[in-house]
Ligand binder design. Structure first.
Ligand SMILES: [Zn+2]
Length: 405
């Protein structure tokens, strides 16, 4: 006979199975859930009742007829029940985004400023203010905030909540999770930090260009360049969680010194500031990244030779880096995100030419180069989704006393 603790663990696991099934497969009857998950009908019925009480599922009538019992009633995700919050720290901006279990965006906010010139404590204060705005907006909509994930442009120790190194921000060994929790002052709210490129790749996997793909690399371009690697449908993090530092691949050994201390890293050739400088534009101190990128796209569209040349060169360097990745991993697709998504029509042809020239298997099929439909929103959406995912894995936490404050 099972011990009560094991029974509780099995029940928590089964709550997750039922909730994930409805989130992924859509509205359906209790009988259908039982049939599809292999759980018995009375168990499903009691699990569904608990999930409705927690506020993450709702029951509503439909014209469809169920197989047996409770005909005409289906169980669906309560879009209004709960939301996750994603925060993102970038070199030139801070972003917040909140999405509910039905993936609807409930709130979005932006704070544009060059964070390289600000004290980390001050930046955390501004980030906490964005988080509090999101919490207020969710509460006003009757939606329960479940957790926060912070996307950071550097090496992150997720378990310790510490940003180890962010060369472009010149930040090192910063306990971001603790600093933020102190400033948000929302006891019981779970704050987790992660690498921005990893979170962006997760967003692509679940709701962007990576949907349905098993193996792809998402390249997020801002001032720095990062990558999230998805293999066998899962994010690949590496031994220390440092995988995907694509921007620091050496593409030009004798090239310019990088913020990381090395020379000729990809981001010194194809990062946003490098592209702006090559196109003869001023840097990000005079314009937001979004405005600077829109201006570049406009000039490229008009055929301005300096801009077209700069974007072609960036595509060339990007393609050299991508060919290394493609030879190593054989991905189905490369997804260009961040500013690279907006400028993909002007960058991708040169990158594809390098892939054709340098990838051994290119004659037998090379990865498609796709523009992300999520663009610069990917990391914050991925963060919000990951906060929700923590609940999908263990919905019992919602009703647990430790999170009710
Ligand atoms: Zn570097």
């Amino acid at each position: 006979m099972e011990a009560p603790a094991n029974q509780r663990a099995v029940r928590r696991h089964n709550l997750g199975v039922v909730l994930r099934h409805v989130v992924e497969q859509g509205p359906r009857s209790r009988a259908t859930i039982a049939q599809e998950t292999g759980l018995n009908k009375s168990t499903v019925s009691s699990l569904v009742t608990e999930l409705i009480e927690i506020g993450v599922l709702v029951e509503r009538g439909t014209h469809r007829t169920g197989l047996v019992g409770r005909p005409g009633l289906v169980v669906d995700v309560a879009g209004s029940g709960a939301a996750g919050i994603g925060l993102e720290v970038n070199v030139d901006s801070l972003t917040v985004c909140a999405t509910d279990l039905a993936r609807n965006e409930r709130h979005r906010g932006l704070d544009v400023a060059d964070n390289r010139d600000r004290d980390p404590g001050e930046v955390m204060g501004r980030l906490a203010a964005l988080a509090r705005e999101a919490l207020d907006a969710l509460r006003a909509q009757g939606v329960a905030p479940l957790g926060i994930t912070v996307a950071l442009p550097g090496l992150v120790d997720t378990a310790a909540g510490v940003l180890l190194l962010a060369p472009n921000l010149r930040w090192e060994d910063l306990p971001v999770a603790r600093m933020l929790m102190q400033r948000i002052d929302a006891p019981g709210l779970d704050v987790v930090i992660d690498n921005e490129a990893n979170l962006a790749a997760l967003a692509e996997l679940h709701e962007g260009a990576g949907r349905g793909l098993q193996h792809f690399v998402h390249v997020s371009g801002e001032v720095g360049i990062g990558a999230g690697v998805v293999l066998d449908g899962r994010l690949f993090r590496g031994a220390h969680g440092f995988g995907g530092e694509f921007g620091h691949l050496t593409v030009d050994p004798g090239g310019t010194r990088c913020a990381c201390g090395s020379h000729g890293c990809l981001e010194t050739c194809a990062g946003l500031e490098a592209v702006l400088a090559a196109a003869g534009e001023s840097g990000l101190s005079d314009a937001s990244a979004a405005d600077a990128v829109a201006k570049l796209a406009g000039r490229a569209q008009e055929g301005d030779p300096a801009t077209v040349g700069a974007l072609g060169d960036a595509g060339h360097w990007l393609g050299i880096g991508l060919a290394c990745v493609a030879n190593l991993l054989d991905p189905e697709a490369i997804v260009l995100g961040g500013f690279l998504a907006s400028l993909a029509p002007h960058l991708a042809p040169a990158a594809e030419a390098e892939l054709d020239a340098r990838m051994l298997g290119s004659g037998h099929g090379r990865p498609d180069v796709l523009a992300s439909p999520l663009g610069s929103a990917a990391a914050s959406r991925g963060g919000a989704a990951l906060a929700l995912h923590r609940v999908l894995e263990n919905p019992g936490v919602l009703g647990a006393p430790e999170v009710v404050t």
